[in-house]
Design a protein around this ligand. Structure first.
Ligand code: HEC
Length: 256
């Protein structure tokens, strides 16, 4: 049986595609592959139109499918194929468009900055506090340091452990219910690499106080300025560093 020219050409395109796709290593990029395929299809097109007999052979199956023969009415078998093809084409276009346009249900890549730059200054209940260069004022009071740690622990267990966990590992009772998860203070990516002024800002202003960069935050971290005093916040900060066994990051000394 002679394979119709039309099918021959389609087979040729498919074979060339498979050869390009699977035999060339390293794999050629898809943009280059489509460019090569365009050249192949263009070459086949020129080959087909170079000879009128060839062109007729080539178009025959298309014609018999699409054009009603003048002598006979539409050939029954062709009618079914035609209906199939015309049903399939829009479905194909729809599926193709849908797959290209559909919003991916996966979470977007984590490009969000976990630690955005802090503001230079905040208003703590209307009182302006400069964050830049700010130190924990309680640390210089070494005589009372242990007392501050203890008081900080009480504040922590009254306010923070529901989310951040009794081990400070971010696994408190509420942790499962919120996303992003509460910070795990034992992880060196959190308080260990932050300055206390940064932590003060985060505790005071919570998730709401985060800047626009890196949104959506959806952070459940409350703003504690409405609940705790400045001093209580410094105490709980001392506690979380002590309990996690890490040192805060210090402000660089100015070179003399
Ligand atoms: C309702 C749950 C919840 C409570 C209660 C809570 N936090 Fe948070 N906290 C979070 C979540 C969620 C995050 C992570 C998202 C973010 O950074 O805002 C977070 C983040 C933080 C961070 C930022 C850590 C970092 O690496 O940037 C600090 C510091 C912090 N919490 C301290 C506290 C302190 C201190 C308390 C108690 C006074 C407290 N949190 C109470 C939910 C909570």
């Amino acid at each position: 049986m002679r394979i119709p020219k039309f099918i021959q050409m389609i087979l040729l395109v498919v074979i060339v595609f498979l050869v390009f796709k699977f035999t060339i290593r390293p794999q050629i990029p898809s943009s280059l592959l489509s460019f090569y395929m365009m050249i192949v299809i263009f070459a086949i097109f020129i080959y087909v139109i170079s000879d009128s007999q060839l062109l007729q052979d080539f178009l025959k199956p298309l014609k018999s499918l699409l054009v009603v023969n003048e002598n006979k009415l539409i050939e029954e078998s062709n009618r079914e194929i035609r209906q199939l093809i015309f049903a399939f084409l829009p479905i194909f276009a729809a599926v193709f468009t849908y797959l290209n346009m559909a919003v991916d249900a996966k979470a977007p890549a984590e490009l969000r900055s976990i630690h955005p730059a802090p503001p230079l200054q905040i208003r703590f209940n209307e009182k302006p506090i400069r964050i830049e260069g700010l130190k924990n004022p309680l640390r210089s009071d070494t005589a009372n340091f242990d007392k501050y740690v203890e008081e900080g622990a009480v504040i922590y267990f009254e306010n923070c452990f529901f989310c951040h966990g009794d081990n400070l590992d971010g696994n408190g009772h509420f942790a499962e219910a919120i996303d992003p998860k509460p910070a795990n203070f034992l992880d060196h990516g959190t308080i260990a690499q932050l300055q206390e002024s940064y932590v003060f800002w985060r505790v005071s202003k919570g998730g709401q106080g985060l800047p626009d960069e890196g949104t959506p935050w959806n952070s459940a971290m409350p703003a504690w300025e409405n609940v705790l005093t400045e001093k209580q916040i410094w105490k709980v900060i001392i506690y979380i560093y002590e309990a996690a066994g890490v040192e805060p990051r210090r402000w660089d000394k100015k070179p003399k």
